[in-house]
Design a protein around this ligand. Structure first.
Ligand code: BES
Ligand code: MN
Ligand code: ZN
Length: 497
């Protein structure tokens, strides 16, 4: 879908939408339009009992007197309560509605939406952003088109505002956020026979064209570095494990980087501790953390963020096989610490242990944030509304929480502490990879903390939010793209020079 910004004009073919606030449904442009339509809009509003409440619409199909094929009034709710999120939602909903019609062009008019603290240009850009996010689809493996004649793909969106020039500028940044999110969604949606570690690495390598430096480490290099914890997970797989390092240097030379680390289990069968069959197909999304880090690096580079940022992703496949690691095996991590593998299905932490240690050791970052579809237990605790946040740093936690509120990607801080940490002490090694059923997401975080070497760190358990989360106005995709907006906002608000 092609998105442009233009001055207000009522002479557009296709679907013409006017956004209106509650109690002011027929003012300004809407009133002009009603006059052109000989009062038809007013009659439609009355007949539908439309008052401009958020999430309500009036459709006038095939109107006489203008070139538009349909006129829609879209309610935004009370003008004082209009927000960025509300405008994104209406943009998304309109794309959803129009997707069910024959129209291929959509024009949305924002006229005098006096939202507090939201300039007209921002408002227009947010509508476009919501529309863009909704327009995502992943249909590359569908060889047959639905034979629904009435349905036509929406090809263009024109957002009409008196602030078109500055809206275009605002949207230029947001469109890069959408690009990053779409990359993340694509990676999560891809099946594991296509997206195995080397193929994922290849896709990360494509960020080179945006000016990201991308290094790919294979098994031999990781072995040299002593990454026995990560490598153990991939032993049962036909696919080589990979570690990808992405570097974006948009900040001051010599300025410490911020670092993002992702769990990239391209498929998680559980290994010898095999998972049950039900919903195992969802484990193609067990690389959601790595996908988010890759999408974020795309966004930061594409918008030329003034920050030095590192993305590190550990890519493996967890398979049962004659060569697979066994419960009871003891592996030595790059940090030198030994791990007794009690359950081969607790593999994400084994991957992150070496990826985190490597990241802090090589880059001495300002902070590290890891993202991982780490535990089913986080969904028991938080459902799919919030990601779990675990951290050794109050400042970073607060920054993440407020970025999450702003972007609608919410995080909830969970407790950590010595009593939980004790639960992963092992009889035979320095630690074991599971701590029992109780507090499963917390003991997983305690495990990770043993590999961060006191660097300010946050862990986001995104098992509930990265995939199969509830569909919304701006996301109908299985892979949600969760985290790109959150971390882009964190960087924008706190870490750009
Ligand atoms: N990838 C899973 C966690 C997961 C489950 C993510 C469902 C998304 C949806 C992870 O590797 C795993 O298997 N965790 C185990 C840990 C347990 C063995 C301690 C779990 O959550 O059951
Ligand atoms: Mn697992
Ligand atoms: Zn997993």
């Amino acid at each position: 879908m092609n998105i442009t910004f233009a001055d207000i004009s009522l002479a557009k073919p296709g679907a013409l939408v006017v956004l209106v606030t509650e109690g002011a449904t027929l003012q300004g442009v809407a009133a002009d339009l009603d006059r052109k339509l000989g009062g038809a809009l007013k009659r439609a509003v009355k007949a539908a009992g439309f008052t401009g409440k958020s999430g309500t619409y009036v459709d006038l199909v095939g109107p006489q007197g203008i070139s538009a094929s349909r006129v829609i009034l879209a309610g935004l709710g009370k003008s004082a309560a209009v927000s960025s999120a509300g405008l994104e939602k209406v943009g998304g909903e309109l794309v959803g509605r129009l997707g069910k019609t024959k129209d291929t062009a959509l024009a949305i008019v924002l006229d005098g939406i006096a939202a507090p603290k939201l300039p007209a240009a921002d408002a227009a850009a947010r509508v476009a952003f919501g529309a863009k996010l909704r327009s995502y689809s992943f249909e590359k493996y569908k060889t047959k088109k639905k034979d629904d004649d009435a349905k036509k793909e929406l090809k263009s969106l024109t957002v009409m505002t008196r602030a078109a020039a500055s809206a275009r500028k605002e949207y230029a940044v947001l469109s890069k956020v959408a690009e990053g999110m779409f990359l993340t969604r694509d990676l999560v949606n891809e099946p594991a026979n296509i997206l195995f570690p080397a193929e994922f690495a290849k896709r990360a390598k494509a960020l080179t064209k945006l000016g990201v430096k991308v290094e790919v480490l294979g098994e031999a290099q990781m072995k040299k570095l002593g990454m026995g914890s990560l490598l153990g997970v991939g032993h049962g797989s036909q696919h080589q494990s990979q570690l990808v390092v992405m570097r974006w240097t948009g900040g001051k030379a010599g300025d410490k980087p911020v670092a993002f680390v992702g769990k990239g289990v391209c498929f998680d069968t559980g290994g010898i501790s095999l998972k049950p069959a039900a919903s195992m197909e969802d484990m193609k999304g067990d690389m959601g953390g790595a996908a988010c880090v890759t999408g974020l690096m795309h966004t930061l580079a594409a918008r030329k963020a003034k920050v030095n940022a590192i993305g590190v992703i550990g890519l493996v496949e967890n398979m049962p096989d004659g060569k697979a690691q066994r419960p009871g095996d003891i592996v030595t991590s790059m940090s030198g610490q030994t791990i007794e593998v009690i359950n081969t299905d607790a593999e994400g932490r084994l991957v992150l242990a070496d990826a985190l240690w490597y990241t802090q050791n090589r880059f001495k970052p300002k902070f590290m944030i890891d993202l991982a579809t780490l535990t089913g237990a986080i969904m028991v605790a938080l459902g799919k509304e919030y990601a779990g946040l675990f951290s050794n740093d109050d400042k970073l936690s607060k920054q993440l929480a407020s970025a999450g509120e702003e972007e609608g990607e919410k995080v909830w801080r969970m407790p950590m502490g010595a009593a939980y940490d004790k639960m992963i002490d092992s009889r035979f090694a320095d630690m074991k990879n599971v701590g029992g059923r109780d507090g499963g997401s917390i003991t997983a975080a305690q495990f990770l903390q043993r590999f961060v070497n006191k660097v300010p760190w946050a862990h986001l358990d995104i098992a509930g939010t990265a995939m199969a989360s509830p569909q919304t106005a701006t996301n109908q995709s299985w892979g949600s793209g969760w985290g790109v907006r959150l971390l882009n906002r964190l960087v924008t608000d706190n870490y750009e020079r």
